[in-house]
Design a protein around this ligand. Structure first.
Ligand code: CU
Length: 482
């Protein structure tokens, strides 16, 4: 986690300028009012949570590899400003993608408020097409529901619309577009939305992590997701980020911890955490009733659902947390994208421009600035096929991270504490005693190939290969595209 929010001053000024220009289009009560500055960040690192300065106290959430949208109190409204726009997202070190998002990143910033708050959310559209924002799970007037065409006109490019509603109940919500939804979600547009209970003691935890499950189909060597893909995605993300680029969930021993997630992939994601059992305490429909809860170690989350579970962090360690669909803990990028690292896309663009004038690598017109940002080539380091930990490669990617429970961390200290120092004698170890009796040694049946028979003489050594036998296939180095 970085020490301070890396808000881009240039971007803030730029958005501020646009906000002024767009002010003339704002209708209704907010007409005469200035639009609050739209904060922006280009950092994919977890930013510090925003603590409430006024109103009821709450423990703010932290957004995995993300941040929380600052707000202003004005005329009894909490005012937020979202800007829908093209963004560059580092999906993991060594891989950047041209996505659409809000306020500089995909997902957009987390919106956080308190039950009973009156909200005024300005939405400026800097996309090349219409958009609208749906406040998933909120109980609000129908005309604030954000379904383009049905409950409001779509927000055209360059215009700003205003949403006003009361956060009627606390819980776990999200926002996402309801205009050209398939494309805009496939491009990464979404954000978390948490409403805290008015009673600071109700369901309070010490650490509260949020993320959205999303997936992209990005051909190796390209930067823009294919938006018509229905199932065969190759980049399975939490908050548009994959292991080993995902933040760990850093927790102090005996903290009360909540982990909340919502699913905007195109399939269900069974989220599994090691080392603990836990109970589902909240969905996007609200808090679960205590008598309805039962212990789990995996919580399946269907498309369009949100889930939260709570646990007390009694057990120190580095506990894996991941989607249990094994294809979702793999990165397509690992084996193929590396072939393209070092390729100067500027030259490619120049060549293609001879055939297609105006071509830019990001694939869309009117995004020159983003294009030039993208021209900045990825770091020399290759994308890793797998993350490494203290005992070797983890052989995972995608929807995988680590819950790091440590003794004595300061409250709200989310810095990565490194790998767990296991107490002596508590790590699985190699058997070095008496060899197994011969009768129990594995013996292979006749191979059937050329009449050769091979036998495992020592189970600790690989089988001998008879001359002429096909050698055992080498362990594949990467995971093939799926
Ligand atoms: Cu999954």
């Amino acid at each position: 986690m970085s020490d301070s929010p890396k808000f881009t001053r240039r971007k803030m000024l730029e958005t501020g300028g646009l906000a002024l220009a767009a002010g003339a289009f704002v209708s209704g009560r907010a007409q005469a009012q200035a639009i609050p500055e739209a904060a922006s960040t280009d950092s994919p690192q977890m930013q510090p949570p925003l603590f409430p300065k006024t109103g009821p106290d709450y423990q703010p959430v932290v957004t995995l590899n993300g941040w929380t949208l600052p707000w202003l109190m004005k005329d009894g409204f909490k005012e937020f400003h979202l800007v829908a726009e093209p963004v560059v997202r580092e999906i993991a070190p060594g891989m950047k993608a041209n996505l659409w998002g809000y306020n500089g990143q995909s997902p957009g910033p987390t919106i956080e408020c308190v039950e009973g708050d009156r909200l005024r959310i300005f939405v400026t559209n800097k996309l090349p097409e219409n958009t609208a924002v749906h406040w998933h799970g909120q109980l609000l007037p129908c005309g604030m529901d954000g379904v383009g065409g049905l409950t409001q006109p779509h927000i055209p490019p360059g215009k700003t619309f205003v949403y006003e509603f009361v956060a009627r109940k606390s819980g776990t919500f999200m926002y996402h577009p309801h205009s050209d939804e398939m494309v805009q979600i496939a491009m990464g547009m979404m954000g978390f939305f948490v409403v805290h209970p008015r009673d600071p003691k109700f369901m309070r935890v010490d650490r509260d992590f949020v993320f959205l499950l999303n997936a992209f189909d990005i051909d190796p060597g390209t930067y823009v997701p294919k938006v018509n893909t229905m199932l065969d995605f190759n980049i399975w993300c939490w908050n548009s980020r994959v292991f080993p680029g995902l933040d760990p969930f850093v927790v102090s021993k005996n903290d009360k911890v909540r982990i909340r997630f919502g699913n905007l992939t195109m399939t269900n994601d069974p989220i599994h955490m090691h080392g603990y059992d836990f109970e589902m305490t909240c969905t996007d429909g609200g808090w679960t009733r205590p008598e309805s809860r039962w212990p789990e170690v995996t919580i399946d989350c269907a498309v369009g659902q949100m889930r939260a579970f709570d646990f007390k962090a009694e057990f120190e360690g580095d506990w894996a947390i991941h989607c249990h669909k094994s294809h979702h803990t793999m990165n397509a990028m690992g084996h193929n994208v590396k072939n393209f690292i070092g390729v100067d896309k500027r030259k490619i663009a120049e060549v293609i421009r001879k055939i297609a004038p105006g071509y830019m690598p990001m694939g869309s017109a009117g995004m020159g600035e983003m294009g030039s940002m993208e021209m900045e080539l990825p770091d020399k380091t290759l994308p890793m096929m797998t993350g490494f930990a203290q005992f070797g490669p983890v052989e995972m990617g995608g929807m995988f991270s680590v819950v790091k429970v440590r003794e004595g961390l300061a409250a709200n200290d989310y810095k990565d504490p490194g790998w767990f120092k296991h107490p002596p004698g508590t790590v699985a170890y190699e058997y070095k005693g008496q060899p197994l009796p011969a009768a129990e040694q594995a013996s292979a049946p006749d191979s059937g190939i050329d009449g050769h028979t091979w036998r495992v003489k020592d189970p600790r050594k690989p089988p001998e290969t008879a001359p002429g036998d096909t050698p055992a296939p080498a362990k594949p180095k990467g995971h093939s595209h799926h």
